[in-house]
Design a protein around this ligand. Structure first.
Ligand code: ATR
Length: 291
């Protein structure tokens, strides 16, 4: 049940005739926490602006984007299933989007061109750093999954000098990922638990362990982990996934998925509304209150 974020956290929103506008395009989009997050920041910083959910069917995606541009929007976030279409539509891609093969943030430039960014992977790395768990320089990371989230996290980790391995139920998909991200190692799905001792960071990029997902009870063995392993999950419902609970039981450091959601939003907010927003306990509590 979605609740309105606690209004005690920030003053009322200002929306005048000059308001700056942005939103999130998705299908469906009703689950998105981005409106709660961005409007909280707008209230917190007293910015004249609004951020709205934009439910758009795949076949209407381009028309919707052109319409938003025509209506003076500053840009938009893009979520499932539009991230690849957004990549194709953008006139200019930041290196992050080129590497991720997807776009989650569109910026409408004043000259009419559209710039595409991918902030998911950078958001993940920022949340590790904010959690006091910086990626070890030339350390090793193992990613579970080979979908779009895996690609952006893998690219962002590689960009910081981390040696990244990927394991996926369907190995061919992991191999396709290795073909576009040179240096990526593929580990067989059946072998990753036993080989865990070689890694500094384990990241679940799948929906395994997610409430309502394919396997909410996903709780792999971490017996082979080194004592220094950091275990991260991009799933944020529930807050403590079975994987993270298992890690805690082994005394390992853990990171939940909400930080990635919060940090990936910062860059778009800065582009559209001209302010670098903070991610702190109040920000997290505001978004948590919507679950
Ligand atoms: P996204 O692009 O958001 O990452 P996705 O492309 O659907 O989402 O990827 C989902 C990931 O979860 C994939 O790595 C998928 O594995 P497959 O490529 O083998 O399908 C993984 N996944 C989903 N359900 C799974 C299950 N029951 N067991 C193991 N992996 C699963």
């Amino acid at each position: 049940m979605m609740k309105t974020p606690d209004s005690a956290f920030a003053p009322p929103q200002i929306i005048t005739g000059k308001a700056r506008l942005a939103g999130v395009l998705g299908w469906p989009v009703s689950h998105s926490r981005s409106p709660a997050l961005h409007n909280y920041w707008l209230r917190r910083y007293g910015i004249d602006g609004a951020y709205v959910p934009l439910p758009v069917r795949p076949e209407q995606f381009e028309a919707a984007v052109r319409g938003l541009q025509a209506a003076g929007f500053r840009g938009a976030n893009v979520t499932i299933p539009h991230k690849e279409a957004a990549c194709a539509l953008a006139d200019r891609l930041d290196p992050s989007a080129q590497r991720a093969g997807a776009v989650n943030t569109l910026v409408f430039e004043e000259d009419g061109r559209i710039r595409g960014l991918s902030t998911d992977g950078g958001g993940f790395v920022a949340s590790l750093e904010a959690g006091g768990l910086p990626v070890p320089a030339s350390g090793r990371a193992l990613l579970l999954g080979a979908g779009g989230a895996a690609r952006s996290v893998a690219a962002a980790l590689q960009d910081r000098g981390v040696q990244v391995s990927v394991t996926n139920r369907t190995q061919a998909r992991a191999e396709s990922l290795a073909a576009v991200l040179p240096g990526l190692e593929v580990v067989p799905w059946e072998a990753w638990e036993a080989g865990l001792g070689a890694y500094d960071l384990l990241v679940n990029t799948t929906s395994l362990g997610m409430e309502g997902g394919p396997d909410p009870m996903f709780r792999p063995s971490l017996k082979a982990a080194s004592r220094a392993l950091v275990v991260a999950d991009i799933v944020y419902v529930p807050r403590l996934t079975p994987l993270l609970a298992e890690a805690e039981q082994h005394g390992l450091k853990t990171l939940g998925g909400l930080g990635m959601l919060l940090h990936q939003a910062r860059l778009g907010f800065r582009e559209w509304f001209g302010q670098d927003p903070v991610v702190d306990a109040e920000t997290e509590a505001t978004v948590r209150a919507t679950f």
